[in-house]
Design a protein around this ligand. Structure first.
Ligand code: ATP
Ligand code: MG
Length: 258
């Protein structure tokens, strides 16, 4: 197998992950170029979150290697606190500290961890908050924000560390339908600006719009890697076809009409 490690920002080679005796990820190889947007799709339990957690050093792996900028980060000596400044992550539950203002939540990483100048970091935080339409909430507390607003703050918090890549794990899954779009819009804008991202989502229209490539997983394996147009037109695997059919509500209509 050849690897374009020269141009890959993130490269995963033959990764295996077990929970106890149970294999959860098998032979995962994936390469992500700078500026590329990769969307991971697949049924519940197929290992999407686990894969993101492995990339961010939150899970031990049993075999394989992960490289960031051609430097192996999957070995025992990895200083994950440094890597996590380069690999941002946004989860479904925004995990903002309730007793801290929006600004203090955002500045925690840049000032406490990265030891940056507070004024400089604050300027960046203000700029980012303004961009996502939340500058007026800078001194509010998380409880005073809607779910969609909190999730936009969580994205700003990740961005404020100036990461090289951001991993998004179903960030809209817990949101009310009417605020989902405001979060997806921010992610689309980031994609347009060239941010490198790996996105796990069940929003199929969004996946189609934002992805440079679709990675379809099932049972801990990558079954297909394809362009969104190819994947959504006709997946090359039977499992992929079944999966996208689940999202085709016309099939329900047909069932109902029987
Ligand atoms: N901490 C854990 N210990 C043991 N098994 C786990 C653990 N976390 C996840 N698993 C199992 O690993 C498999 C993959 O889980 P994972 O959360 O990565 O799936 P997923 O694709 O993200 O699913 P979903 O779409 O529901 O979020 C599942 O079978 C799950 O039960
Ligand atoms: Mg998951």
């Amino acid at each position: 197998m050849t690897h374009n490690s020269q141009e890959a920002l993130l490269e995963i080679r033959e990764l295996h992950k077990n929970y106890g005796a149970q294999p959860v990820l098998s032979d995962i190889s994936l390469s992500v170029k700078k500026g590329e947007v990769v969307v991971i799709l697949g049924p519940s339990g197929c290992g999407k979150s686990t894969l993101l957690r492995c990339i961010n050093g939150l899970e031990e792996i049993q075999a394989g290697k992960i490289f960031l900028n051609n430097i192996e980060i999957s070995n025992a000596g990895t200083q994950w606190h440094l890597i996590r400044q380069k690999v941002g992550m946004v989860f479904q539950s925004y995990d903002l500290f309730p007793h801290m203002t929006i600004l203090d939540n955002i500045l925690l990483g840049p000032v406490k961890v990265q030891k940056r100048n507070k004024q400089e970091a604050r300027k960046q935080a203000e700029k980012l908050l303004d961009r996502v339409g939340l500058l007026e909430k800078i001194n509010a507390y998380p409880r005073q924000l809607s779910g969609g607003q909190k999730q936009r703050v969580a994205i700003v918090r990740a961005l404020c560390l100036n990461p090289e890549i951001i991993l998004f794990d179903e960030v809209t899954a817990a949101l009310d339908p009417e605020v989902v779009h405001e979060v997806l819009k921010v992610m689309l804008e980031l994609a347009n600006e060239g941010m490198t991202m790996i996105i796990v989502t069940h929003e199929m229209d969004f996946a189609k719009a934002v992805a440079d490539k679709i990675v379809f997983m099932d049972q801990g394996e990558i079954k297909e890697i394809a362009s969104p147009s190819d994947f959504f037109k006709e997946p090359s695997t039977e499992r992929g076809k079944q999966f996208i059919n689940m999202f085709n509500y016309n099939n329900f209509v047909k069932e109902r009409e029987k």
